[in-house]
Design a protein around this ligand. Structure first.
Ligand code: PEP
Length: 243
């Protein structure tokens, strides 16, 4: 069964209600695309974005969640709350969360399990730092992150992986096509459900490099930060998916 390409945007801590027109601009391109299009706005815009995209071919996701369903966790948001607001997916273990909030693999796994328990699909991020790549440890680091962060998957639970080399995020540097191809093949070989699990690449994906990255056999889509903030860039990447 072919894996549907996913083009996912991560707005990070960007976006105000004045930016919701973005969804009207990308809607016709998403509708015409064979790719699954997901946008993860900040939590403040999630319900409004989901309402705006109702009936459109645009899914809405969260950028993180707490591992508990509810409770005394000021400022946190749970997976059932994200679902209630209209999310279908939740990014967990993004390197900015792992670094800024000292999230461990065990934390990421607990969040991914909470996402599945809420009936949503986790997008679990993994990726090595520049020092780790230069030391020849990229595969070991990613293997460790996968074994520590992936939820115990039952056959029916869908899971998405995002390979995001930390040094390529927001830097304009992209991993070479051959490095991406070999890391994605390595990740696939390490997955419990290798044939059905989608593996996205993330790290400075732009309109001018998207087609080459998305043409790789084990690249099932892209997770896009900076270029997802500009509707024209994001739609060019959706168009580059073209399969
Ligand atoms: C990201 O935040 O997941 C990301 C890949 O960012 P950028 O595309 O800006 O590198």
């Amino acid at each position: 069964m072919p894996r549907t390409v996913m083009i996912a945007g991560n707005w990070k801590m960007n976006g105000l209600s004045a930016d919701l027109g973005f969804f009207d601009t990308i809607a016709p391109v998403a509708r015409a695309s064979a790719a699954e299009v997901l946008v993860c706005p900040p939590a403040t815009l999630l319900a409004a974005a989901a309402g705006r995209c109702s009936g459109e071919a645009i899914l809405i996701g969260g950028q993180d969640c707490h591992a508990e369903k509810s409770g005394a966790h000021t400022g946190d948001i749970s997976a059932p709350m994200l679902r209630d607001a209209g999310a279908s997916h939740v990014i967990v273990g993004h390197s900015e969360r792992r670094i800024d909030h000292a999230e461990s693999d065990a934390d990421v796994r607990a969040k991914a399990e909470a996402v599945l328990a809420a009936g949503l699909i986790p997008i679990v991020c993994v990726g090595e730092t520049r020092q780790e790549r230069e030391a020849g440890q990229a595969e070991d680091v990613v293997r460790q992150q996968l074994s520590g962060s992936l939820p115990g998957v039952s056959q029916n639970s869908e899971l998405v992986i995002a390979y995001e080399p930390v040094w390529a995020i927001g830097t304009g540097l992209t991993a070479s096509v051959s490095d991406v191809a070999s890391m994605h093949a390595f990740i696939r070989s390490a997955l419990p459900e290798p044939l059905t699990t989608r593996i996205l690449y993330g790290g400075s994906v732009k309109p001018d490099n998207a087609a080459a990255l998305l043409s790789l056999a084990d690249v099932d889509g892209a997770l896009i930060g900076g270029a997802s903030l500009k509707a024209s860039d994001f739609t060019s990447i959706i168009e580059a998916a073209g399969r």
